[in-house]
Design a protein around this ligand. Structure first.
Ligand SMILES: *[C@@H]1O[C@H](CO)[C@@H](O)[C@H](O)[C@H]1NC(C)=O
Ligand SMILES: *[C@@H]1O[C@H](CO)[C@@H](O)[C@H](O)[C@H]1NC(C)=O
Ligand SMILES: *[C@@H]1O[C@H](CO)[C@@H](O)[C@H](O)[C@H]1NC(C)=O
Ligand SMILES: *[C@@H]1O[C@H](CO)[C@@H](O)[C@H](O)[C@H]1NC(C)=O
Ligand SMILES: *[C@@H]1O[C@H](CO)[C@@H](O)[C@H](O)[C@H]1NC(C)=O
Ligand SMILES: *[C@@H]1O[C@H](CO)[C@@H](O)[C@H](O)[C@H]1NC(C)=O
Ligand SMILES: [Zn+2]
Length: 590
């Protein structure tokens, strides 16, 4: 600290010693110029300039996507917005702006810094209290196997009779520990107590060991075993901030996590535990509705058995049961519900994708309220671009229409650093195929025409801020294009993509909302409110043809369908939340 002060003092002295002051006036050419000629800040020439400048800034803000929402803020919401601006600024100055002492460079802090490094500090702020309490509306972009925090699931595996674990090699080296395939499953035969464990030289690949026993035999015991398994389920902070290694590298690790987390969705009692904790966690974060991406014909082992049910509907039946069960509880009674966007893997070959499309349509017929649309997932840069799948996508639309079912597209598109390559060009397909929303749209702001078309056609972008940070598209929230999109007038909402794998350790949206408000002085609480309102406006609550869908979006809160009703409910929550902000923080931050 001392050394810093010394340096800046020295610099200051050097600067002043170079300045020599002029007299009251100097002759420059034929002109006698005096500093007294500088107009007063209150002179009309300056005040006119300042006025024109303010009007210029205000007129640009009319283009913003949240402009209309801001125009309609209630007096309480305006007050809450002002208070939150003060909280944010106070914490930027007093919590975040922390120069690192010499020799401790890694402890440097600033507002909007990388999420993995900011997380612990976020939890200590008043802004966090505000954001976590806020009614968030809908979570529209999330992948089932990456939503529920894993501690609960590991404990559930531990507590479930008959669970065994095996690995594709002995966990004796760092490379093996980081890469071995891990299988957890239920068996109904008695597995003999093991004498050689996963971490030992003599372990024979794929030998199944009772999970409980494996946990206790692990060096360091159960806690160390869970910590190891979590390292195979969650992207480590030190890894996600290695921007020097690029996107493909982090995606390789990221995709390997799904192999491990898939285990929790494969056995009926675990799947039920997963849903119960997940839905309850979403409500804890004041989320009212969720649209989950999942698909590719998930198999499920019924309770007490060890083979997937031959019944393809089984997974979805359990899903429907758990949603209904939750909504019948006290905690779930105001929760609006869940729908699923069928998601195929874009890395599969075209025959398999077409095959799965037929599965998707079958499931749509069997579960018309649950299954709501279609998407392709996995790393967009490496999988088939949408243009290559155009024949299959057209086939899908034709079959859906022949079956008289509504299965609109909700494509991931433009989740890339590219410009003009196949991934970036997926955005054109998303708009041409009438995708109702775009997942990520990270490269959208580079396309003037597409920005216009997204606005004109009411296509909303599901922005996943922390996901983009952790997957190395943006170093931190300050480098994220979400502000550009909002400022250009594109409708956006905040989603969390893969919260439990991204180090959030919570299924909700609060961390993403926190990052976003930190990214911009233009946004504020009102901006977050508009983002939450958008999530409700663009929720796919019911099957609708394209025209009805657009009509309801345009009508918004004054429409007469389910959407308008949900928007009214959200507005009531928003007003009482704003009142809470005023009551709770008004005095302290007046
Ligand atoms: C300019 O006007 C403001 C407001 O009337 C006043 O507070 C301020 O002292 C004035 N400044 C100067 C330099 O006259
Ligand atoms: C054990 O699992 C097999 C295969 O799923 C099944 O056929 C059998 O009925 C199960 N046995 C018991 C006792 O549940
Ligand atoms: C697609 O993949 C499946 C499974 O790997 C394989 O059986 C099939 O031959 C492949 N089809 C084509 C056209 O490559
Ligand atoms: C298609 O389904 C809608 C309801 O989803 C129904 O009103 C309509 O009659 C159906 N049309 C045909 C041709 O089956
Ligand atoms: C597009 O460009 C980005 C940035 O160079 C790259 O990461 C990505 O892999 C590219 N996608 C394709 C399909 O080449
Ligand atoms: C949001 O969550 C808090 C804490 O769980 C709760 O007290 C509050 O009533 C919730 N607000 C809304 C609008 O649901
Ligand atoms: Zn996604």
């Amino acid at each position: 600290m001392k050394a810093h002060v010394k340096t800046s003092l020295a610099l200051g002295l050097a600067l002043t010693s170079n300045i020599f002051l002029l007299g009251p006036s100097v002759l420059v050419g034929a002109q006698s110029i005096s500093l007294d000629d500088i107009p007063s800040v209150n002179s009309s020439v300056v005040t006119n300039y300042v006025k024109a400048r303010s009007e210029y800034i205000a007129s640009e803000k009319e283009i913003r996507q949240d402009h209309a929402f801001r125009q309609k803020l209630s007096p309480v919401a305006i007050q809450a917005n002002d208070i939150v601006a003060k909280i944010r600024q106070y914490e930027i100055d007093n919590v975040w702006r922390q120069p690192a002492p010499l020799g401790e460079e890694d402890s440097e802090m600033f507002a909007g810094m990388m999420f993995p490094k900011a997380r612990a500090t976020i939890l200590e702020t008043d802004l966090w209290k505000v954001v976590s309490r806020m009614p968030k509306g809908s979570l529209l972009h999330a992948h089932l196997s990456a939503m529920q925090p894993f501690d609960v699931m590991l404990q559930a595996v531990y507590d479930t009779e008959g669970m065994v674990i095996s690995t594709s090699e002995a966990l004796t080296t760092d490379i093996a520990r980081d890469n071995a395939a891990i299988t957890m499953r239920h068996v109904n035969t008695t597995v003999e107590a093991a004498s050689v464990f996963l971490h030992e030289e003599g372990y024979v690949a794929e030998t199944e060991i009772p999970f409980k026993q494996a946990a206790e035999a692990h060096p360091g015991g159960k806690d160390a075993f869970f910590a190891y398994l979590k390292s195979r389920l969650v992207l480590a902070p030190e890894e996600s901030i290695r921007h020097d290694l690029g996107v493909d590298a982090i995606w390789r690790t990221f995709e390997s996590l799904f192999g491990v987390s898939g285990n929790f969705l494969g056995y009926e009692p675990l799947l039920r535990t997963y849903y119960r904790n997940l839905l309850s966690g979403l409500v804890d974060d004041n989320i009212s509705w969720v649209e989950i991406r999942h698909g590719w014909s998930p198999g499920l082992v019924p309770e007490g058995q060890e083979e997937d049910s031959p019944d393809l509907d089984f997974f979805w039946r359990v899903t429907v049961e758990e949603i209904a069960r939750f909504q019948a509880t006290e905690k779930g009674k105001d929760f609006w519900g869940v729908r699923f966007i069928w998601a195929d893997l874009r890395g599969l070959n075209r025959t398999l994708i077409a095959n799965n499309m037929i599965n998707a349509l079958e499931m749509k017929l069997a579960f018309p309220e649950l299954i709501s649309g279609y998407d392709l997932v996995q790393q967009e840069d490496l999988g088939a671009p949408l243009i290559e799948l155009a024949p299959e996508l057209i086939f899908f639309q034709e079959q859906a229409s022949a079956l008289n079912v509504t299965m609109p597209f909700f494509f991931h598109a433009g989740e890339t650093l590219g410009d003009g390559n196949a991934t970036d060009n997926n955005l054109f397909d998303a708009l041409l195929f009438d995708s109702r929303r775009i997942g990520h749209g990270f490269s959208l702001h580079k396309h003037p025409q597409l920005l216009k078309d997204a606005i004109a056609n009411h296509v909303m972008v599901e922005v996943c801020p922390i996901s983009s940070e952790v997957l190395r598209l943006a170093t931190d929230i300050l480098h994220h294009p979400i502000t550009a999109m909002i400022n250009h007038g594109v409708a956006t909402a905040i989603s969390n993509d893969d919260a439990s794998m991204m180090g959030q350790d919570a299924p909700g949206l609060s961390f993403d909302f926190y990052q976003v408000i930190q990214a911009s002085d233009n946004l504020g609480l009102a901006g977050l409110g508009a983002l939450a309102e958008n999530s409700v406006t663009w929720s796919n609550f019911e099957d609708q043809g394209h025209l009805e869908w657009v009509k309801d979006i345009e009508a918004g809160v004054s429409g007469n369908g389910i959407k308008a009703m949900r928007l009214q409910q959200w507005h009531e929550q928003w007003e009482s939340f704003c009142q809470w902000v005023v009551d709770e923080f008004g005095e302290q931050y007046s």
